[in-house]
Design a protein around this ligand. Structure first.
Ligand SMILES: NC(=O)c1ccc[n+]([C@@H]2O[C@H](COP(=O)([O-])OP(=O)(O)OC[C@H]3O[C@@H](n4cnc5c(N)ncnc54)[C@H](O)[C@@H]3O)[C@@H](O)[C@H]2O)c1
Length: 367
C-alpha cells in the first residue's frame, strides 16, 4: 500500500533514471541524454512525459519495440538538409543528434532541417527547440505519434497528437517556447487522469458513436481498438474550428512522414496486422534558423522581447491578473521544482518499485 505522493530530489531521480537506462542496455553517455529529456519534462511541470514515462521505455525495450543501442544512420544529406534512419533506437538520442545536425547546418548555411524515420517516442517536443534557443537560434521540432486524433467529421483515431514546438531567444532570461500537441489534450494527459482516477471533461474525446467519452481507463482501452478518438484543437465539427487543429496535425504528419518515405497514420500503432507488437516507426522533423543571417541577434532578441512584453502587458479580462506568453509557466516551474523535488504519485511509485526489483537496483530513494 502506497499512501501518498512523495517528492524526490532532482539529482537522485536523474541518477536513478540513468541507472535504469544503463542497466537495460543503453550506453552510458546515451542513458544520460535519455534521463536529461525526462528530467527536463518533470522540471517544466509536464508530468505526463517525465518519470511517468520511464516504465513505458523500459517495457518497450524489453518487448523489442525499441532498441537500447541506437544505430543513427544518415541516409541522405545536403549542406542544409538530412534524412536520418533511427533504426528503432532511443528517440531521445535520435532527436538530440538530429536537432544538433540541424543547428550545425544552420550555423554554417543559415538554415538546417533534418527529417527522421524509424524513430521512437522522444519525450517532450520542446526539448529539441530549446537546444536551438540555447545556441542563439530559432528552433522548430515536430513529431508524429501513435494514432489518436480523428479528422473533423470522423471518429477513427488516425493522426497522432502530433505536437509542434517553436522556440526563439529573447532579451529576457525566459525564452519564447511554444510546445503543445495539436489535439485538445495529449495522450499522456489521459494517462495522468487515469492514474489519479479523475473523469475527463466532456468534449475532449469522442466515442465511435460520436458521443463524448469521459472515463480515462475506458478511453485508453478503446483508443487502440478504434473505439475512441482524441479531438483536434478546436473540438468536434466546425463550430469551434476543429478543422484548424485537424489541419495542424496533418501538417505535422506530412513533415514527419512524407519527407522520409516513412510510416504514417495507422502504421504507428505499434502492432502488426496479427496483433503482435512491432516498432512504432515514429517520424520527426527538426528545423533551425540562424537569426544572424537575417538580423543581428541582439536586435532580434529585443524585437521578440518587445512583442512578448506588449502581449503580457495588454488589457486583461476582468478577474484575470496575468497574461502569459508561451514558455513562461514552464520556465518558472524550472526554478521551483528543484526546491521541492519531483512529485511521484503512488501509481508511478509502484512502477519504480517493479523496475527496481527486476533490475536488482539499490533503492536510490525510499518509498
Ligand atoms: N512525443 C510525443 O509523441 C508527444 C505527443 C504529444 C505531446 N507531447 C508533449 O506533451 C507536452 C504537453 O503537451 P500539451 O498539448 O498538453 O501542452 P499544453 O496544453 O499544456 O500547452 C503547453 C504550451 O502552452 C503554453 N501555455 C500554457 N498556458 C498558457 C497561457 N495561459 N498563455 C500562453 N501560453 C500558455 C505553454 O507555455 C506551452 O508552450 C508537450 O511537451 C508536448 O511536446 C509529446
Amino acid at each position: 500500500m502506497i499512501p501518498e505522493t512523495i517528492h524526490v530530489p532532482v539529482n537522485t531521480m536523474r541518477q536513478f533514471m540513468e541507472e535504469v537506462f544503463t542497466k537495460i542496455g543503453v550506453p552510458a553517455n546515451e542513458a544520460k541524454i535519455c534521463a536529461d529529456v525526462l528530467i527536463a519534462s518533470d522540471l517544466r511541470g509536464i508530468e505526463s512525459h517525465g518519470v511517468q514515462r520511464l516504465k513505458m521505455y523500459y517495457d518497450r525495450i524489453k518487448t523489442g519495440q525499441q532498441k537500447a543501442v541506437t544505430d543513427f544512420e544518415i541516409v541522405r544529406e545536403s549542406p542544409t538538409t538530412a534524412v536520418v534512419d533511427g533504426h528503432h533506437g532511443m528517440g531521445m538520442v535520435i532527436g538530440t543528434r538530429s536537432m544538433q545536425m540541424a543547428i550545425d547546418k544552420a550555423k554554417q548555411y543559415g538554415m538546417g532541417s533534418v527529417a527522421v524515420r524509424n524513430s521512437t517516442h522522444f519525450g517532450i517536443d520542446g526539448y529539441y527547440a530549446r537546444m536551438a534557443i540555447n545556441q542563439g537560434l530559432i528552433g522548430m521540432s515536430f513529431t508524429n505519434a501513435r494514432p489518436s486524433i480523428s479528422p473533423t467529421f470522423g471518429v477513427q483515431p488516425l493522426l497522432g497528437t502530433n505536437p509542434i514546438a517553436f522556440g526563439a531567444p529573447t532579451d529576457e532570461d525566459c525564452p519564447f517556447l511554444f510546445d503543445a500537441a495539436t489535439s485538445i489534450i495529449q495522450r499522456g494527459k489521459v494517462e495522468v487522469y487515469n492514474r489519479i482516477d479523475k473523469p475527463i471533461p466532456p468534449g475532449w474525446v469522442t466515442g465511435a458513436d460520436g458521443k463524448p467519452m469521459t472515463n480515462a481507463a475506458e478511453i485508453l482501452a478503446a483508443l487502440p481498438k478504434d473505439k475512441a478518438a482524441l479531438l483536434p484543437l478546436g473540438g468536434p465539427g466546425e463550430e469551434l474550428s476543429g478543422y484548424k487543429g485537424y489541419g495542424l496535425a496533418t501538417i505535422v504528419e506530412i513533415l514527419c512522414a512524407s519527407l522520409q518515405t516513412g510510416a504514417y497514420l495507422s502504421d504507428l500503432l505499434g502492432f502488426d496486422k496479427n496483433g503482435n507488437k512491432q516498432p512504432f516507426m515514429v517520424g520527426h522533423f527538426f528545423m533551425a534558423i540562424n537569426i544572424e543571417n537575417f538580423v543581428d541577434l541582439e536586435t532580434f532578441k529585443k524585437t521578440t522581447g518587445d512583442i512578448l512584453r506588449t502581449l503580457r502587458e495588454s488589457t486583461k479580462v476582468p478577474g484575470e491578473d496575468r497574461i502569459y506568453t508561451a514558455g513562461e509557466k514552464e520556465y518558472e516551474l524550472e526554478h521551483i521544482v528543484p526546491l521541492e523535488g519531483i512529485a511521484v504519485v503512488p501509481s508511478i511509485q509502484k512502477d519504480i518499485i517493479a523496475i527496481q526489483k527486476e533490475l536488482g537496483l539499490d533503492y536510490p530513494f525510499q518509498i
